[in-house]
Design a protein around this ligand. Structure first.
Ligand code: ADP
Ligand code: ZN
Ligand code: ZN
Length: 753
């Protein structure tokens, strides 16, 4: 049977991740993914990496004659087998190319394909007489080579040091003094399996406290599972301040003592610097911290370091889940509900799923930790698919803080037009007098504005979708981003007739300004996307707040994560509705999570804390349940809603985003794709399943970087069916002229709109 190799080429002026298909000659039996090969491209012999071997060709190449693979360079694949398998799985489940997946799993590929010069004869063997034919330049070049202690040198460095021309260089190659070889500079073939080693007792720091009973129970359960050597996922639902970090430490220490390795994932490393530092003090140089925003080169270097076996614990954001630890036994996701675990570029993976896949491969443990688990994870736990562990008590004597919900409609009715309620302002003043600190939260996403009645709290929702309509100042209209329902914003409230109905959206800057006006004596710090574009600024602001150089910190939800300020005794949420009315079926879940996280920042030490939540919908169940720290109650209510509306976790969704500079083209394309998908739905194969096509509709972010965006979603229970339908629909779509120039962006199980 004919076989084909998909080969990733490093070709000048092309994007590196371009892959081409070649025919595999029959005698190349041993060809494998991860080997380098030589192939022909536009009459040049070039080197590439095999990213796929298959007996089938992609549809668009069927019937074409392909050039053969010329030569296999390596005897073995350069990439560990289970990571290749992981890349395969990633491409399939996230609907992206193998090349993109392999790059993500094995970033060493990004290291430039460097040309190396290899000195063939050892310097001492060089018979100078034999070199007499050489001109002076070449002679000097040989000397340079002779002085090079390593026998390999990169071509560019060599040419520069020797100061020779390309012609002279070619001559040296011809005469056999040097050999030229293309290779990935950092390919990590050195990363062979190392023996499992156990760190000596001096290398591990003893923990300073005794575990609480709850911590102890959780640690024991996970340890038992680790010892069985079979795959298991745990969900640790522990209230804020229950000591989850200590559980992680204990388990990592255990894994290490058994010769294993561990990964600890956090939503964003700069927001959890405190925690990362703690682990460094505990495990010292066994730890490597992968900062987000590492360049390709730095990342490749980190990968090399991990492969060398010196590092046994990797702490980092999402992409650290791919860290090539040789004896990986445990992957922990702290704050597992956080949306940052989903990558929104190709491959659009969720770190939770990757962790699962990796631990399935080796029979290890995934531990998901959160005070507010995602609905998906909690539902899986309730269904017995993963194991639920709970910690219900805060460490020490601190209690979860009391939460007061303030009805902002009443404030208005009583003549207060400020964005601060009288209660919140009063409590702020008290804190100033006591010398205690306050944190004030606002939602980060400023782009979403919805229409709310400030007198009765009525929000204009889509009649079809149960999500808030979004106000667009262009054309003064309100739109649904699921079904594209449109209507004019009302002049008076349809519910109570008030004229105070308007679109809503506030920035942190406005909050800071108004607050400063009300409390001129207060020193205020602001932490949001604008003030923290760089990592250093972020740290500086938090550090000044920790040192109590300011009494109030105003910020977006980025502050809610993992911060521990003992002097903070008041937390205020300016407008809980902002998240609640996002055009997204997860809006309630997000609101609940955020309010709970935020509330968890108050009163974490001996001083008791309290929380004030301002809202126009005080009766909303997400807000009420968060105020009562009632996760279980919230879960059951929300899961019922999801079931009724056929939303995840009861279904899967694959969303196809269409992009084009011209809006009419994108609409045309979206309609055409819609027709293609609906056409394929007629296929009896899909006949008995409950697949659903939503849209086309304009995307929430209607225009980004000069591109108009429309979307179509396919919804159903069996993800494989969705993938197939989308695949077929898109094939049809590409045959129609409406697809010309349209960029497609496909995402399975998207978390955001
Ligand atoms: P969580 O991550 O669950 O919100 P943390 O792990 O931050 O909670 O723990 C809260 C606080 O309790 C931290 O200051 C931590 O150092 C402390 N702590 C954790 N475990 C113990 C323990 N067993 N004994 C005493 N203090 C502990
Ligand atoms: Zn009203
Ligand atoms: Zn709708």
């Amino acid at each position: 049977m004919l076989r084909y190799a998909e080969v990733l080429l490093d070709v000048a002026n092309r994007r590196f991740d371009q892959s081409y298909h070649y025919l595999v000659p029959e005698h190349f039996v041993a060809i494998e993914i991860g080997m380098r090969v030589l192939v022909n491209l536009q009459n040049r012999k070039v080197q590439g990496l095999v990213v796929g071997v298959s007996t089938e060709l992609p549809e668009e190449l069927e019937g074409k004659t392909l050039k053969p693979v010329l030569e296999i360079i390596d005897a073995h694949s350069l990439v560990p087998t289970e990571l290749i398998e992981l890349a395969d799985w990633l491409a399939k489940t996230t609907l992206c190319s193998k090349a993109q997946s392999l790059h993500t799993v094995w970033p060493l590929l990004k290291g430039k394909m460097e040309k190396k010069v290899i000195l063939l004869a050892s310097p001492d063997d060089l018979d100078v007489k034999a070199l007499r034919w050489l001109d002076e330049d070449a002679f000097r070049a040989i000397e340079v080579l002779a002085r090079t202690r390593k026998k390999e040198i990169s071509r560019s460095v060599f040419l520069k040091r020797a100061g020779i021309s390309e012609e002279t260089f070619d001559l040296l190659v011809q005469k056999g003094f040097v050999r030229q070889e293309h290779s990935f500079m950092t390919m990590g073939a050195k990363g062979r399996r190392r023996e499992a080693t156990v760190p000596s007792s001096q290398e591990l720091k003893e923990r300073t406290y005794k575990l609480s009973l709850e911590q102890e129970a959780v640690v024991n359960d996970v340890k038992i599972s680790l010892e069985t050597g079979s795959f298991q996922t745990f969900l640790l639902h522990g209230v804020t301040g229950s000591g989850k970090t200590e559980v992680y430490r204990e388990l990592i220490a255990h894994v290490l003592s058994q010769g294993g390795d561990a990964i600890l994932l956090v939503p964003e490393i700069s927001l959890t610097a405190q925690m990362a530092r703690y682990f460094e003090t505990q495990f010292r140089d066994k730890v490597i911290i992968l900062h987000s925003g590492l360049g390709a080169k730095e990342k490749a270097l980190s990968w090399e370091e991990i492969l060398s076996g010196d590092k046994r614990i990797v702490i980092g954001a999402r992409s650290a889940v791919f860290a090539p630890l040789a004896n990986l036994r445990l992957v922990i996701l702290d704050e597992e509900h956080d949306g940052a675990y989903k990558q929104d570029e190709n491959p659009k993976y969720h770190a939770r799923e990757v962790a699962r896949k990796r631990m399935e491969q080796v029979g290890g443990v995934v531990l998901l930790g959160s005070a507010t688990p995602s609905l998906e994870a909690y539902a899986a736990a309730k269904a017995g698919k993963i194991r639920l562990l709970t910690m219900t008590r805060r460490i020490g004597n601190s209690f979860l803080p009391p939460v007061e919900i303030v009805d902002m409609r009443k404030e208005l009715m009583q003549g207060n037009r400020s964005m601060f309620s009288r209660v919140l302002l009063q409590k702020l003043r008290e804190r100033l007098e006591l010398g205690e600190q306050t944190m004030l939260f606002l939602n980060r996403r400023g782009y979403s504005t919805f229409v709310v009645c400030r007198e009765c709290g009525y929000v204009v929702n889509c009649p079809n979708c149960d999500v808030a309509l979004t106000y667009h100042s262009q054309g003064q209209s309100m739109r649904c981003h699921y079904c594209d329902h449109k209507e004019q914003p009302p002049l008076t409230c349809p519910h109570c007739g008030s004229r105070y109905i308007r679109f809503f959206g506030q920035g942190t800057q406005r909050v800071e300004e108004e607050l400063q006006g009300l409390l001129p004596e207060a020193s205020i710090l602001r932490l949001d996307f604008d003030t923290t574009r760089n990592h250093a600024a972020h740290t500086t602001i938090l550090e000044s707040f920790r040192q109590q150089k300011a009494s109030i910190l105003v910020g977006t939800q980025m502050m809610a994560k993992g911060l521990d300020f003992p002097n903070v005794t008041l937390v205020g949420v300016i407008a809980a509705d902002q998240m609640l009315n996002m055009p997204d079926f997860r809006a309630k879940e997000r609101t609940f999570q955020l309010l709970t996280q935020v509330a968890g920042r108050a009163g974490r030490s001996v001083k008791p804390g309290e929380v004030v939540i301002q809202t126009y919908s005080p009766g909303d169940s997400a807000i009420e349940k968060a105020a009562h720290h009632d996760f279980e109650g919230f879960f059951w209510e929300e899961i019922r809603y999801r079931k009724g509306r056929k939303y995840p976790p009861f279904t899967h969704i694959i969303r196809v985003l269409l992009l084009h500079e011209k809006e009419e083209r994108v609409i045309l394309g979206a309609n055409s794709l819609g027709a293609c998908l609906r056409g394929r739905m007629q296929d009896p194969k899909f006949g008995n399943t409950d697949l659903d096509i939503l849209g086309p509709a304009q995307a929430v972010m209607a225009r980004v970087k000069n591109q108009w965006r429309w979307q179509i979603s396919v919804r159903g229970i069996i993800i494989e069916e969705l993938r197939e339908l989308v695949h077929q629909g898109i094939q049809d779509f590409f045959k129609s002229s409406a697809s010309n120039g349209i960029i497609l962006n496909i995402e399975a199980d998207p978390l955001t709109n």
